[in-house]
Design a protein. Structure first.
Lengths: 140, 140
């Protein structure tokens, strides 16, 4: 019997695809409490930022900043949270999370105990607008 | 009566200083459960990465990568966690956190409920070695 280690982010997209190139992809995370929560996933299976070459780091972070800018423009959050953790899935990926004073965990990080029922309330077309904004920043 | 809003990271160092230049400083966080936990703090009071110019972002992240590399070399963690949150203190700063399978929260982020008593056990000189490693990478 052989044991095969499966990496979730090698095997699955990790969310709804918004944009990709040959190096990385941007997905929308399915989280009813956090509309607009995106992940930027490096396609190659590496663990840490310092496992990438300097140009690759720069490319990945330029993508993260474009997503931050798109989320700020479309979702108008009170704060952006950026995090590269990967303790459960050690495949390099960035969380880009719009935060609001009324959200489920504010001002705590989203990974702790909820403070209240979140009240995400956005126009029905936010997802299309976010995808369009991301693509106008990254494609072309 | 006037109300003055005080920013903790404008007023205080935020930890034990390891290195600084005119733009940012690196401090060691006082956290008995997380030896080696550093913060990279942008000195100017801005909130988000996309509030910085591209060269400033690059400078800040080059510092973050140097700290990640120093922590990996000196502290030999199982994983690095990077995060820019700032919900409580919206003054741009990066957490650079060495994580171990036996630490208090692993594999969860350090901001949730503890999973166990952490067992940080390092040689008594880790702090001096980390400071030396950081400075050899950043001072030139």
């Amino acid at each position: 019997m052989t044991t095969k280690t499966v990496c979730e982010l090698c095997e699955q997209p990790g969310g709804t695809l918004l944009w990709q190139d040959s190096s990385c992809r941007v997905v929308l995370v399915e989280d009813a409490d956090y509309p607009g929560f995106c992940r930027v996933i490096w396609k190659q299976h590496v663990s840490e930022m310092t496992d990438l070459s300097a140009p690759d780091r720069e490319h990945l972070m330029a993508t993260v900043y474009a997503i931050e800018a798109a989320i700020r423009e479309v979702m108008k959050p009170d704060k952006i949270n950026l995090a590269s953790l990967g303790n459960l899935t050690p495949h390099l990926h960035w969380h880009v999370i719009p935060r609001y004073r009324h959200d489920k965990h504010f001002p705590q990080p989203i990974w702790g105990a909820g403070q209240r029922a979140g009240k995400p309330a956005f126009m029905p077309d936010w997802q299309a607008r976010l995808k369009q904004n991301v693509n106008s920043r990254l494609s072309g």
